[in-house]
Design a protein around this ligand. Structure first.
Ligand code: NDP
Length: 410
């Protein structure tokens, strides 16, 4: 029998743990010498010291949010579906924003949401108290999430109260109102940003990057479709069914994603639009346009064929075709799910690749852009004029649908 073989397992482990302890002590390893380690030798069970709780070094690449006192305070105006399901939960996922105040016309809801998010009574307001925000130093930005027709008035009042404004899409119900809102911001020396979340979505950003890198060659033909069933029996669709509150139909609500999308995917402004006649179902409770399709022409020669409908379900698709391949985002503008595909041609053959995007939050980066634009005293990526440009195009689409003619854009 050899010497090694004659050492029992227990003796070997005790010897090994002793050696390890000496090495760890010499190297200062926190596992072996926690700050609160007892001075007496640890009880050894079957050759192993018992596990201890110890601190370890900071993991690599940790990204910290700003400390609360350096974050930008947001007052959320209108506690409806989008505010409660998407914006309030995502404010806590930001690095530079904090919820500071709530504005609502429903006192019970205001109290419930305030209690849930820790917003005390003195930072809860009714619509008739918006001017009081002037004295609320916790608020820097007023985020307007009400039916479209109220966007202009609330924006102007927020600017008068000395606050910056983040406003939902469409920025307003007419280009004239958009111009007035931009002018009000300039007069007040405050920032106006339109909340185009898709422009902060990692999937859409990757699609833009691939187009700029020439992955599809020269983009020539785009197809952009949005559709969902409008159901006026649901509270969220009651105002959308009324021209006086929504300012327009499916085009203003979801077709706007295609207008804005074609512009940022191509990085160009359209020179003309031509629309097909408006489609209406004839439902008595709906007085807005329910379906429309149109074509936008761009200076490069690219053409975007678009549709927007309240009469078809579940369409949120962008398709960009070039001479070397194509990109599909489907869905392109969903809250939760986006899929991105790149098809490239090699001679007669093609290969399709689905791209994995690890970070998929689009709301937090949008909110942080508003905050950072203020902190860095610069224009945001989607300033008021971005909303104005889209409104001018939406108006031209309706004019074309009415006249049957192509409408040139200045
Ligand atoms: P909701 O109907 O769910 O909420 C609107 C809220 O506005 C209401 O809950 C209410 O808040 C307030 N409001 C004040 N006056 C009225 C009125 N006369 N009729 C109805 N509501 C009123 O709508 P959404 O949250 O879906 O849409 C709000 C805005 O957000 C719109 O501009 C829309 O285009 C935009 N939006 C943007 C999205 C995006 O992806 N960027 C997605 C969805 C919407 P309270 O009860 O607190 O007073």
């Amino acid at each position: 029998m050899s010497t090694l073989a004659s050492v029992s397992r227990r003796d070997f482990l005790q010897g090994a743990s002793g050696l390890l302890a000496v090495c760890a002590f010499a190297s200062g390893d926190a596992y072996a010498q926690p700050a609160n380690a007892p001075t007496s030798a640890p009880e050894v069970v079957d050759g192993f010291p018992p596990p201890r709780l110890v601190g370890r070094p900071m993991p690599e690449k940790v990204q910290f949010p700003s400390p609360p006192e350096r974050r930008v305070g947001f007052a959320v105006v209108g506690l409806g579906d989008f505010a409660l399901h998407q914006i309030l939960p995502n404010l806590s996922a930001t690095k530079s924003c904090r919820l500071a105040a709530l504005v609502s016309g429903n006192p019970e809801k205001l109290q419930k949401v305030g209690e849930a998010y820790g917003i005390s009574k003195e930072h809860r307001y009714g619509y008739d108290q918006l001017e009081k925000l002037r004295d609320d130093e916790t608020v820097d930005v007023v985020y307007i999430i009400t039916p479209n027709v109220f966007h202009r008035d609330l924006t102007e009042r927020a600017f008068k109260a000395g606050k910056h404004v983040l406003c939902e899409k469409p920025l307003a119900t007419s280009s004239e109102d958009c111009e007035a809102m931009i002018a009000a911001g300039e007069k007040a020396g405050k920032t106006l940003m339109v909340a185009y979340r898709a422009q902060f979505d990692p999937y859409n950003l990757e699609a833009v990057k691939m187009i700029r890198e020439g992955k599809v060659g020269t983009p020539s033909l785009l197809v952009l479709d949005h559709g969902r069933i409008l159901d006026p029996s649901k509270p969220v669709d009651q105002w959308r069914a009324k021209q006086a509150l929504a300012g327009g139909g499916s085009l203003f609500d979801i077709g706007i994603y295609s207008v804005n999308g074609a512009r940022y995917l191509l990085g160009e402004e359209p020179v003309s639009v031509k629309a097909s006649p408006i489609v209406r179902s004839g439902r008595p409770e709906v007085d807005v346009e329910e379906q429309i399709s149109w074509t936008m022409r761009f200076p490069s020669g690219a053409v975007a064929n678009c549709s927007s409908s309240y009469l078809v379900s579940g369409r949120k698709r962008f398709h960009i075709q070039g001479d070397k391949g194509d990109i599909t985002l489907d869905p392109a503008t969903d809250y939760e799910v986006r899929n991105l595909y790149l098809k490239t041609m090699q001679g007669e053959n093609h290969s399709t690749q689905e791209l994995e995007i690890p970070q998929d939050n689009q709301f937090a980066p949008m909110l942080d852009e508003m905050a950072n634009a203020i902190l860095e005293n610069r224009q945001p990526k989607t300033p008021g004029v971005e909303g104005l440009r889209d409104l001018r195009i939406l108006e031209a689409i309706y004019r074309s649908a009415e006249s049957g003619r192509e409408v040139k854009l200045a």
